[in-house]
Design a binder for this molecule. Structure first.
Ligand SMILES: [Zn+2]
Length: 198
């Protein structure tokens, strides 16, 4: 099937700068980390006398790759699609104190299934830390089924199509950089200082 997804461009320079800076930092840390591991192996002979020692060092190269995801620079892309479903699942938070089911004992996980115009299916999953528990319902409401959303390279949160913006029942707008909500009359997110895109 032909890909009909239009080219998406994000014009807010502060957000693009933020994404580029994050990419740059993850590449630099990954390269430095790998160099340090190689130096440890080949210059200081760490792990040279045991197979498992070398294996541990080589495995440690994978740590920044998984944590910082530098490969995203190659594989990430912009896309647009329609939300097919939004599901919320509350995962009990493992605590040493006796379990009380309130906002401090549950981690909400929001799963959004999006279908692209070429039939491809994308999944976005947001695990809300305990301090962001209050946003769970707002996110489910924000990305309701049928909403057209745009995803920008390097950004975790989806932006609604600018042509169909509706004020959600929480009367707040979403920051696509950090996932926090702000008032409609605010120009920038008070959490990460990014300009609101909408
Ligand atoms: Zn923000």
């Amino acid at each position: 099937m032909k890909n009909n997804t239009p080219t998406l461009t994000l014009e807010n320079s502060d957000i693009i700068d933020r994404v580029n800076r994050r990419y740059m930092i993850s590449i630099i840390i990954t390269v430095l980390w790998c160099l340090a591991v190689l130096i440890a192996i080949f210059v200081f002979n760490v792990g040279a006398d045991s197979v498992s020692g070398t294996a541990t060092l080589i495995t440690s190269i994978a740590i920044p790759v998984f944590l910082l995801e530098p490969y995203r620079i190659i594989f990430d892309r912009n896309w647009a699609g329609t939300v097919k479903s939004v599901k919320r699942k509350d995962k009990p938070y493992k605590s040493k104190t006796p379990l009380v089911l309130d906002s401090t004992s549950i981690t909400p996980i929001i799963t959004i299934i999006i279908e692209l115009s070429n039939g491809e299916v994308m999944v976005k999953r947001y695990k809300l830390k305990r301090d962001r528990y209050q946003y769970a319902e707002a996110l489910v409401d924000y990305y309701k089924a049928g909403t057209v959303v745009h995803c920008y390279k390097g950004l975790k949160y989806l932006k609604k199509d600018p042509n169909i913006i509706q004020v959600n029942k929480f009367d707040h707008r979403l920051c696509i950089v950090c996932g926090n909500f702000g008032d409609w009359n605010h120009k920038e997110c008070k959490h990460c200082k990014s300009t609101f895109v909408e």
